[in-house]
Ligand binder design. Structure first.
Ligand code: URA
Length: 452
């Protein structure tokens, strides 16, 4: 719907979507231009998001939206960087205790990949990789683009924050969705994630779609639909992509927070106190990255990944990345000095003997946020030293000697609030629950073709 000069009316495009019709390419591109140059106001963007939330978008509309948002800013071209390695990344839909990126980027770099990981900040109950890395003294999460590319070339990986010039339309759209209850739309999540990944100039992508009580999509059917949507649209945009569905019905690993999670990631890379479910998720995602990047086949990938962990080369890459981005050279050997934890420490003891039968993971994330380790509002400042350690897994026996978690807080009052929240978030059963494997499913272009 246009005026006599051929210009669109945003409200007519919103109405068309509200009434359940397909949008034309030119209409979607017009909305994205208006998002980027701010000629369309927050009110109309919000209504547009809500119309899509209720009416959805078909795959072609999703692809058009993704491409338009990708083109709203700079698109990195790694051909100039002379990498001679496949450029591969992993992206997670977000969870609690998800420190996988910190381990995976150096691990895949150690196996021959180039991993330019542009990661997000946490908001709400999920943690953000960038907030975790910001707890390392001196680590710059927003280097100049040229420096970022140089670190990827020399070290093989760099984990940095989103810069304003990559997919800026998504930056504004996401902020408006966040305050209008429209984040949960599968077409919008698909376009939001892929616009940024396509702008990062990747050769291939592996998605970690979380499922369970701590995930963006708690229900398996919805998480699977999201995985299919992302793989379908990414492949149509020319970006080879696979997705794993991984469990978020319990915290991943045994820590949640910022410094706490960096400490766990370093321990993991050094082979100390390795959580078996975290190990399985890391190995599965890393193997997918090697295969999709053409660095290994399905048979050799797991062996290569385990070898890079066992030999310490992945840990070395992590240390090199930290130094290249301004962090301390002795981080790996002086963890406690560089990543101190908050002064108040409180073990949370289950009220009776039994087994941990259920866990509301979202509440664990909110407990970290309330301690100061996450944001209620986008401008809040994070306290890196607070968080949880020793988090128990599902099926663990409870007893007065085995805490379900240890709280690290800045005050007794804050620790008490977190304790009350955690105690409400767990269920104690008389019998052990059935435990699902940490990797629950896989979506590939081939599985979609087979109609699975
Ligand atoms: N992560 C993103 O980058 N975008 C979304 O819409 C949801 C999760």
């Amino acid at each position: 719907m246009t005026d006599t000069n051929g210009r669109f009316f945003p409200q007519e495009i919103i109405r068309k979507k509200r009434d359940g019709h397909r949008l034309e390419t030119a209409e979607i591109e017009y909305m994205v231009r208006g998002l980027t140059d701010r000629s369309i106001g927050d009110d109309q963007v919000a209504a547009f998001a809500m119309a899509i939330y209720f009416q959805g978008m078909d795959m072609e509309e999703r692809l058009t939206l993704t491409r338009a948002m990708m083109r709203s800013g700079r698109v990195i071209d790694w051909r100039d960087a002379d990498l001679s390695r496949p450029v591969i990344d992993k992206h997670s839909t977000g969870g609690v205790g998800d420190k996988v990126s910190l381990i995976l980027a150096p691990l895949v770099a150690a196996c021959g990949g180039a991993v330019p990981m542009i990661a997000g900040r946490g908001l709400g109950h999920t943690g953000g990789t960038i907030d975790k890395l910001a707890s390392i003294p001196g680590y710059t999460t927003r280097p100049e683009m040229e420096h970022f590319m140089k670190v990827v070339r020399h070290v093989g990986c760099a984990i940095v924050g989103q810069s304003d010039d990559l997919a800026p339309a998504d930056g504004r759209f996401y902020a408006i969705r966040d305050v209008t209850a429209t984040v949960g739309s599968i077409p919008l999540i698909t376009a939001s994630i892929l616009a940024k990944k396509l702008a990062a100039g990747l050769d291939a992508l592996v998605m970690d779609v979380k499922v369970g009580s701590g995930a963006l999509k708690a229900e398996p059917a919805e998480a699977e639909e999201l995985a299919r949507s992302i793989v379908t649209v990414a492949e149509a945009a020319g970006l080879p992509t696979r997705a794993l569905l991984t469990d978020m019905d319990q915290v991943l690993g045994h820590t949640a927070g910022n410094a706490t999670e960096v400490r766990e990631a370093i321990d993991f890379l050094m082979g100390r106190n390795v959580n078996p479910r975290l190990f399985d998720v890391v190995i599965a995602l890393a193997a997918e990255m090697l295969v999709i990047g053409g660095l290994a086949d399905e048979v050799t990938a797991v062996h290569a990944v385990k070898g890079a962990l066992a030999s310490g080369t992945a840990a070395e890459r992590f240390a090199q990345m930290v130094v290249a981005l301004g962090g301390p050279p002795d981080l790996m050997t002086n963890v406690a000095a560089h990543l101190p934890l908050a002064p108040v420490r409180r073990d949370v003891i289950a009220p009776r003997r039994g087994f941990i039968g259920g866990m509301n993971v979202r509440e664990f994330g909110i407990a970290v946020m309330e301690l100061g380790g996450g944001r209620r509002h986008a401008k809040d400042i994070i306290d890196p030293a607070v968080g949880l350690t020793n988090i128990a897994g599902l099926g663990m026996r409870t007893s007065p000697r085995a805490p379900i978690a240890t709280i690290h807080a800045q005050s007794e009052a804050a620790a008490e609030r977190a304790e009350a929240r955690l105690l409400k978030a767990i269920q104690i059963w008389d019998d052990p629950p059935e435990i699902l494997p940490p990797v629950r499913g896989r979506v590939t272009a081939e599985s979609l073709k087979r109609g699975e």
